[in-house]
Design a binder for this molecule. Structure first.
Ligand code: 5CA
Ligand code: ZN
Length: 409
C-alpha cells in the first residue's frame, strides 16, 4: 500500500550542532527493564497499525507518536531506520462495522486509511518504508501458515486452523503473564477460549474458513482469511526478518497479540527472539474509560484540526505525557499546548538566545532514556524563558525541536 509523505528532518550537524546523540534505551515488556536498543547500522522496527474504522483517534495518534520518537532518536544517534507498519484491512470488527453502516468493507478501509495518512502527515509522523495491508499480505501469510503446518504445528477445528500455544517453548515470555491472567485477556481481545474442539483454550486462530457473506481467499487449507496474530507475524518476518530491534504498539497489544506474533514466528523459524524489545505505549482515556472504537468515546485528530487546533499543538499535548503512562484527555491540555507552542514560536523568532548546545544535550538525554518527552519539553521551556546573545541559537533550537520532537515551529 502507499505510505504517507515524509516530513523533512533537519540535520543538526548542518547547523553546527554536535552529534551523534546517545543510543536509545527503552522499556522492554518482555524483560521488564529499560534496556539499550543497541541496533546495528540499520535499526529495524515493526509497529502494529490501525484496523481502519474510526481512525484516527487520540489513542492511535499517541501510539504512533511514541514510535515516531523511537525513529527520531535512532536517526539522531546515527542509524538508518527501517520501519514497517501494517493495516488490518480485513478482520471481524471492520467487517461488522461495514455491515452496520451499510458500506462495502473495502471502501470503509480505504477511506479510513486515507484519513489516517492525512492525520499522520499533519502530525509530522515519519512514515513506514513499508506500509502493508493484511489483504495484500495474504500470500505471505499463507506461506507462513504452510511452514507451520509442514512442521506439524497446526490443527483443525471444523475447518479452521489453530496454532497450539505450547508449540513455542518461549510462549508467555513477551507478556510475562500467568495462564490465569492470560485467559480473561484472551477472551476480551479477540480470542475464543471457550470454543469446543480446541486443545488448549489459549490456542490462536491462524486461518478462518470461509463464512457465508464474508470475504475469502483461496489457500492450500481451503477458502478463508487470516487470523490476526499471524498477519503481523508474517509481515514483520517478510520485511524485517527475525530479531528486529523493536516491536511496538499500545499496551493492549502485549497479550495476546504480540505474544502470539512472536510465538508464530519463533515456531516457524526455530529462531528466537522475534523482536529484541517489545515496547508498549500507554492507553489514552476519555471520561474515565480507555478511548476505544467499541465504546465510541473517541476524540478524532481530524475533528480537532477542523475545529482549528494546530497539529503541532496536538502533538505537544500528547508529548506532555510520558509514552508509557495511561492518561485521560481533556480539552484544557490542548489549550496548554497551544500556549506552549506560542511561547516557543516567539522564542525562536528572537534575534538571539542562550546557546543551544546545552538544550540539545538535555533533550537528547531525556529522549534517549526511555523517551522522556515531558522532560524534553521542560528543557525547551527553560530555554525559551531565558535570554541570550547567541544569534545562531533560535534557528538551532527550531531545528532541535523539529528533528527530535517533530515539532515544527
Ligand atoms: N490493527 C490492530 C493491530 S495489528 C489494532 O490494534 N488496531 S487498532 O486500530 O485497534 O489500534 C491501533 C493502535 O492504536 C494499536 O497499537 C493500539 O494499541 C493503539 N490504541 C488503540 N486504542 C488506544 C488508546 N485508547 N490509547 C492508546 N493507544 C491505543
Ligand atoms: Zn499487529
Amino acid at each position: 500500500m502507499r505510505s504517507w509523505s515524509a516530513p523533512e528532518v533537519p540535520r543538526l550537524s548542518a547547523l553546527g550542532l554536535p552529534g551523534p546523540g546517545p543510543e536509545l534505551k527503552v522499556y522492554d515488556s518482555a524483560t521488564r527493564t529499560v534496556r539499550p536498543t543497541a541496533p546495528g547500522p540499520v535499526a529495524r522496527m515493526y509497529v502494529c497499525g490501525i484496523t481502519p474504522y474510526d481512525a484516527t483517534h487520540l489513542g492511535h495518534a499517541n501510539t504512533y507518536l511514541s514510535f515516531d520518537l523511537v525513529g527520531r532518536v535512532w536517526r539522531d544517534s546515527g542509524h538508518e531506520v527501517l520501519y514497517v507498519q501494517n493495516a488490518t484491512d480485513v478482520d471481524d470488527p471492520l467487517l461488522e462495522r461495514a455491515e452496520a453502516i451499510g458500506v462495502d468493507w473495502r471502501d470503509l478501509a480505504e477511506r479510513e486509511i486515507e484519513l489516517f495518512r492525512t492525520d499522520m502527515e499533519a502530525l509530522r509522523i515519519l512514515p513506514p518504508a513499508h506500509y502493508v495491508g493484511a489483504v495484500e499480505a495474504i500470500p505471505t501469510v499463507i506461506e507462513m501458515i504452510s511452514e507451520l503446518k509442514a512442521k506439524g504445528l497446526t490443527y483443525e477445528v471444523d475447518g479452521d486452523l489453530y496454532f497450539p500455544a505450547d508449540a513455542d517453548p518461549d510462549f508467555g515470555q513477551v507478556s510475562g503473564l500467568s495462564r490465569a491472567e492470560m485467559l480473561p485477556l484472551f477472551a476480551e481481545r479477540g480470542g475464543d477460549p471457550d470454543r469446543a474442539g480446541k486443545k488448549n483454550p489459549l490456542d490462536a486462530l491462524l486461518w478462518l474458513a470461509e463464512r457465508p457473506g464474508e470475504p475469502s481467499w483461496d489457500s492450500p487449507f481451503g477458502k478463508g482469511r487470516p487470523g490476526w496474530h499471524i498477519e503481523c507475524s508474517a509481515i514483520s518476518l517478510r520485511h524485517l526478518g527475525m530479531g528486529f530491534d523493536v516491536e511496538g504498539g499500545g499496551s493492549d497489544l502485549t497479550f495476546p497479540h504480540h505474544e502470539f506474533s512472536a510465538s508464530h514466528a519463533q515456531a516457524a523459524t526455530g529462531e528466537t527472539p522475534h523482536a529484541r524489545a517489545y515496547v508498549h505505549a500507554g492507553m489514552v482515556a476519555l471520561d474515565g474509560e480507555k478511548m476505544s472504537k467499541s465504546k465510541g468515546n473517541l476524540v478524532f485528530v481530524s475533528r480537532l484540526r477542523a475545529q482549528g487546533a494546530d497539529p503541532m499543538a496536538i502533538r505537544l499535548a500528547l508529548l506532555a505525557h510520558h509514552y508509557r503512562s495511561d492518561w485521560e484527555w481533556t480539552l484544557s491540555q490542548l489549550e496548554t499546548a497551544h500556549e506552549r507552542l506560542t511561547r516557543w514560536r516567539a522564542a525562536v523568532a528572537r534575534p538571539s538566545g542562550a546557546p543551544a548546545a546545552e538544550l540539545l544535550a538535555e533533550v537528547r538525554a531525556a529522549l534517549s532514556e526511555d523517551l522522556d518527552a515531558p522532560a524534553a519539553l521542560a528543557a525547551v521551556d527553560r530555554w525559551a524563558a531565558e535570554e541570550g546573545a547567541d544569534p545562531d541559537a533560535p534557528a538551532q533550537v527550531a531545528a532541535i525541536t523539529d528533528a527530535l520532537l517533530g515539532v515544527a515551529l
